[in-house]
Design a protein around this ligand. Structure first.
Ligand code: SF4
Length: 454
């Protein structure tokens, strides 16, 4: 099992209908959330369609008119999984209406919700997104100006958030002052687009212009207007580069594919081994394995064939699962494996069960030795910023040494990239990375002083 991301957001303003572009943009970011999907567009009024399911299922036979719109795919971490929590949310109030979608997690949502309820807000979902929306409503009504309301609301939010808001025909993109998760801006002749990842811009053929800045409120109307509420300690999620983002994305100017290849090269420099074949757990370990292979000159080859058609709803009764095991998902290529010493690369180990099963499979298929190389240092601490890693008990590394984990998963050797190696491979200074799930040092703390406002 892999850690899962919470969401992806997409927003576009164009000279023509935007529904198709939002659809394809979300399709390309499906890896960031597979539970629900939604699109809201504006033409005279806001129209929205959201359902549980994959993008390809949710929008069958659906078309929404409008030259501006936002979209969202979701995997729930905060708030239960259910249609009422699917996004975008639409809000109608005395000051008007807007639609909003969110990627990330707040760490002060309980305090904010209690405070809002005291002031009369009524909640219909259990998401952070509705808390943000209600905060915007209250601050708008208090100040009498939507933009002022947005700024005031942002100053009260603590945590990771990338927001897209559809207000009349304008799109507003917002990134938290710590810039934990990515968000990019693209521009073509007739459109402006914002998205969680640049792969979504590529898909709709809109060139990348820049990243949304930390603490930025970018209003896309007839012209672009950028506001800032100031920045905090920039803390980019290292896991976006290691695993979450698509390898073809460029985040904050850094090519994700290059980072993963660097990690493979680093792994070989830090933990060389004599072997006949470098191979990967598909798909998460492939780029790292390529980097390892290029550095070590140990040829790269496939050893496990993945069944890519099992689908999201694949659930097997426990007994059957034990009988068929991982073989339904991954089948070893015996001719490639037999009699060989193998380097098996992957991005991370959470509980250790999957990699143990895979090592078993490889040995049964005739592997002489299996040396596991993991591109992310041991994950030991929960994430509070929008990644589904909630408790320390989930992680095999939280109470076991590398030697013990190696024994437990049945590998001939096990090595993780060092923290220094990881930082160098990403190419962002340590002080600007969130490494909290590795080190326990959380960049956004409850007791931290309020934002310094510009
Ligand atoms: S704790 Fe880990 S997964 Fe969560 S934002 Fe920080 S680096 Fe990313």
């Amino acid at each position: 099992m892999k850690p899962r991301h919470e969401c992806a957001v997409f927003g576009i303003k164009s000279d023509s209908d935007v529904f198709d572009k939002i659809y394809f943009g979300l399709y390309s970011m499906q890896h960031r959330g597979q539970e629900s999907a939604g699109i809201a567009t504006f033409s005279d009024k806001i129209d929205v369609h959201r359902e549980m399911g994959l993008v390809s299922e949710v929008f069958k036979g659906v078309y929404l008119e409008g030259k501006s719109g936002i979209g969202h795919v979701r995997y729930s971490t905060t708030g239960e999984s259910g249609i009422e929590n699917a996004q975008p949310l639409t809000i109608n109030y005395a000051g008007g209406s807007f639609a909003i979608a969110h990627n990330g997690n707040l760490i002060n949502s309980k305090e904010l919700r209690d405070e809002l309820e005291k002031k009369g807000s009524v909640f219909t979902t259990t998401t952070d997104t509705e808390i943000i929306a209600q905060l915007i409503v209250q601050e708008h009504l208090r100040s009498g100006d939507f933009m002022e309301g947005l700024k005031e609301a942002m100053k009260q939010l603590r945590g990771a958030y990338c927001l897209v808001i559809l207000k009349d025909e304008e799109i507003i993109a917002i990134r938290d002052p710590w810039a934990v998760h990515p968000m990019v801006l693209g521009k073509s002749k007739d459109s402006y687009v914002v998205a969680s990842e640049s792969c979504a811009l590529d898909t709709v053929d809109i060139p990348l212009v820049r990243d949304i800045k930390p603490g930025e409120i970018l209003v896309i109307g007839d012209e672009l207007k950028s506001y800032s509420i100031g920045t905090e300690k920039i803390s980019r999620c290292m896991f976006e580069y290691v695993y979450f983002a698509r390898a073809d994305s460029v985040l904050d100017g850094i090519n994700v594919y290059d980072v993963r290849k660097n990690l493979g090269r680093t792994l070989h420099k830090e933990a060389p081994v004599t072997a006949d074949l470098t191979t990967a757990v598909p798909d998460s370990g492939i780029t790292t394995a390529i980097g390892y292979s290029r550095e070590s000159k140990i040829p790269y080859g496939e050893s496990l064939m993945k069944n890519r058609y099992l689908g999201r709803t694949f659930i097997m009764p426990e007994q059957k699962e034990r009988e068929v095991g991982v073989k339904l998902k991954l089948n070893p290529i015996k001719s490639e494996i037999k009699g060989k010493k193998i380097v098996l690369a992957d991005d991370s180990i959470v509980r250790g069960t999957t990699v143990r099963n895979l090592i078993n499979l490889l040995r049964t298929a005739g592997a002489k030795e299996v040396h596991v190389r993991i591109s992310c240092p041991p994950v030991k601490h929960p994430c509070f910023y929008g990644i589904d890693m909630q408790t320390e008990e989930e992680f095999i590394a939280s109470n076991k040494s590398v030697k013990d984990i190696c024994k437990e998963i049945g590998a001939d050797s096990l090595a993780y990239t060092s923290l220094e190696g990881l930082i160098k491979a990403i190419g962002i200074p340590k002080k600007n990375l969130c490494l909290a799930c590795l080190t326990g040092d959380y960049p956004i703390k409850e007791e931290q002083t309020k934002l310094k406002v510009e």
